[in-house]
Design a binder for this molecule. Structure first.
Ligand code: S3P
Length: 436
């Protein structure tokens, strides 16, 4: 039997908690730390499977990573030219971020690399990254557009001005990482603002980045200098707890020390538009990233038309937004979110199917969904192995009329180790069953 989450209804959510470290920032701390000069102490690191795949890959390329405890690591940077051939294909697990960012970084190295992933990652599009890298002179082959990806090293890269057709921080980051090694300037113009953790961490490690409107530019040939990196809590993980607190009948939840990068806070704005009671207290930033504390009190949500300009700023939170819409009063319309079909699963289809099983009326659209709010009934839904789908149904299930079982949930550990325990700590009745 694969792992399942079993949720019994509950009313109260309360507590003062922190959530595990930001996944995007943790990947970047390893990759940029690896090519910096000197040792970067990373605190608040996310020991989720995705970031552990990145850690194993940088180690395989000759970078020593000393793990002091689960969330504190030292990355002994080898400098811009210090990576070595791994001597084997590198396993990216379930992680699109690891694979796409490494494609950019490794396109510029003097050795060949092969990257592969699990079944879900093996179905995800990689040409969106390979194409601009080829324009820079990289020699990269995908397998019919998907992993495995083979990168031939040794070629010289030249800077390009890339007009990015999809709003993707992974594509942007891959091109910028290759740009560090290219001749001249590399710029990426994005169709909509996407998360800017790469730009911020480059700057934090002393690499000049020029930003103007929606264009980011780096010049090749610079160097990175090691620095302490304090990773904030992952707002994408906090989102499940935030929704749980919004939906509760009583209580108050405080989430401390969470990342509040404005390219990530779309979920807070969307929930506020739905009527949520969320107080945001900004603290001094860390490692170039804004952080703060959130105080959430229960309040009934209302359906909204989700503003399309918020979609890239909440791209990982749509499973949460589907559940919020499903349990709100009135109708919620999501459009302009076709990228959701290329995540760990086709999140539009998987969410619509699960919500219907729980009694919600959902119309699937090519780039979103129309959701008529109601109440969950008990039942069994399949997360299709998608961590964020599983956790979103779990927090919604706390407000169901009966017990809910969510199947195929082992991948929760890719981004949120300890999810069930933290959910229980704030008052949800979540049990883990049947590990495989
Ligand atoms: C990420 C970018 C986003 C996001 C992913 C993490 C990153 O992907 O969905 O979870 O760390 O750059 P896209 O770039 O495909 O939108």
């Amino acid at each position: 039997m694969t792992q399942q989450l079993r949720i019994q209804p509950s009313d109260r959510v309360e507590g003062l908690v922190t959530v595990p470290g930001d996944k995007s920032v943790s990947h970047r701390a390893l990759m940029l730390g690896a090519i910096a000069q000197g040792t970067s102490r990373v605190t608040g690191f996310l020991p989720g499977e995705d970031c552990l795949a990145t850690m194993a890959a940088v180690r395989a390329m000759g970078v020593e990573v000393v793990q002091h405890d689960a969330t504190t690591i030292d990355v002994r940077g080898q400098g811009m030219r210090g990576l070595r051939a791994a001597g084997r294909a590198l396993d990216m697990g379930n992680s699109g971020t690891a694979m796409r960012l490494f494609m950019g970084l490794l396109a510029a190295q003097p050795f060949d690399t092969e990257l592969f992933g699990d079944e879900s990652l093996s179905a995800r599009p990689m040409e969106r990254v390979a194409r601009p890298l080829r324009q820079m002179g990289a020699r990269i082959e995908t397998t019919d557009g998907t992993p495995p990806v083979r990168i031939a090293g040794g070629g010289a890269l030249r800077g390009i001005a890339f007009d990015m057709p999809v709003a993707s921080a992974q594509v942007k980051s891959a091109v910028l990482l290759a740009g560090l090694y290219a001749t001249g300037e590399t710029s990426v113009n994005e169709p909509a603002v996407t998360r800017d953790h790469t730009e911020r961490m480059l700057e934090w490690l002393g690499y000049p980045v020029r930003r103007s409107g929606t264009t980011v530019t780096v010049a090749g040939g610079g160097a990175l200098v090691a620095a302490p990196i304090a990773v904030p809590g992952d707002l994408s993980s906090a989102a499940f707890m935030i929704l749980a607190a919004c939906l509760a009948r009583t209580g108050e939840l405080v989430i401390d020390h969470v990342g509040l990068n404005p390219t990530r806070t779309g979920i807070l704005r969307i929930l506020e538009l739905m009527g949520a009671d969320i107080r945001i207290e900004q603290s001094p930033g860390q490692a170039g990233e804004p952080v703060g504390r959130l105080v959430i009190r229960p309040r009934p949500l209302r359906g909204i038309d989700v503003p399309m300009d918020l979609v890239p700023l909440a791209i990982d939170e749509f499973p949460v937004i589907f559940v919020a819409g499903a349990l709100a009063n009135g109708e919620t319309l999501i459009r302009g979110a076709g990228e959701l079909r290329h995540k760990e699963t086709d999140r539009i289809r998987v969410m619509a199917e699960g919500l219907r099983i729980l009694g919600i009326d959902v119309e699937e659209l090519p780039d979103g969904a129309r959701i008529r709010g109601g109440r969950f009934r008990g039942g069994t839904v399949d997360s299709a192995g998608d961590h964020r789908v599983a956790m979103s149904f779990a927090v919604g299930a706390a407000r169901a009329a009966g017990a809910v079982t969510i199947q195929d949930t082992a991948n929760v550990a890719t981004s949120f180790p300890g999810f069930a325990a933290l959910a229980r700590a704030i008052g949800l009745d979540v049990a883990v069953a049947g590990d495989d």
